[in-house]
Ligand binder design. Sequence first.
Ligand code: GDP
Ligand code: CA
Length: 324
Amino acid sequence: MRVTALSGGVGGARFLRGLLAHIDRTPSLSDTTVTVIGNTGDDITLFGLRVCPDLDTVLYTLGGAVHEGQGWGRADDGYAVQAELASLGVPPDWFALGDKDFGTHIARSLWLGQGLSLSQVTARLAERWGLPDRGVTLLPMTDIPVETHVVVDQGTGPQAVHFQEWWVRMRAAVPAQRFVVAGMDRAVPAPGVLDAICNADVVLLPPSNPVVSIGIILGVPGIRDALRGTRAPVVGVAPLVSGRPVRGHADACLQAIGVPATSSAVAALYADFLGGWLVDDSDADIALPTGVTSQARPLLMTDLSAAADIAGAALDLGGQLARS
Ligand code: GDP
Ligand code: CA
């Protein structure tokens, strides 16, 4: 079976880890391959280094090296490099990069500088974390540098700041007026992305942020059309439970695009290609767009087995849709 998933950072990575655990425990899925299309709108250049937070979160999580408490960054990391930079007066101080994490960004920047594409760099990093051995291919959504910017007004008129500055430094507390993705007009899907959608047996949307993770991936010209056109059922997992994000500021992001923070409104964002939608038990009676089959179950990824159960339910729903 060929599974293709779109993914942001922490929510996507935890779901994908559950998916691999479910595949491992299910003998009939032993020859399954998973292609992950990762969001690169969060990417940022810091200290002269290219940082791809969502791709790295997927790599570290699937590689068993993520800081569990944070959900991002490396476990058992230190901050000696950033402390030294701070004492040299080199900003920013609001975006934490651990010492081991710096290794990733140095290698990535070096290889990009040598002319490798982001896909090629990501493949090297994926090798480091053993993804190919687990049947996983991680593709950036595009090799063209793109960056999500957020238009805010802090009393001096509209101003665009990098997504990370809004999300991390401002903690999304300043209302976003809109999101603008610099570079998206030139972006094309990375090699393999459209094929992975067209040739999949099932396409999964993990409970990633519908606006700044999934929404950004859908904005790459060609990706949304591929999802509309694929014969594979598309099954999504709601990122909201009882109208609230489980973590992060998805509600602030939805507000900026004028969409209510409900699992039904998020499903409506995908209505042109969505076949199945898993919602939390607490949202069992919500209305859904026509043509979408929903199923209610516990959606909190409290541990690996809970995440595996959610991923298994998504695959099962995809199987039902494929047969019907
Ligand atoms: P980010 O890039 O690190 O922000 O991560 P993603 O975009 O992949 O995922 C963020 C989304 O995951 C948020 O909107 C959360 O509400 C959602 N999320 C996190 N943990 C859970 C969970 O246990 N269950 C569900 N259903 N959603 C979750
Ligand atoms: Ca992200």
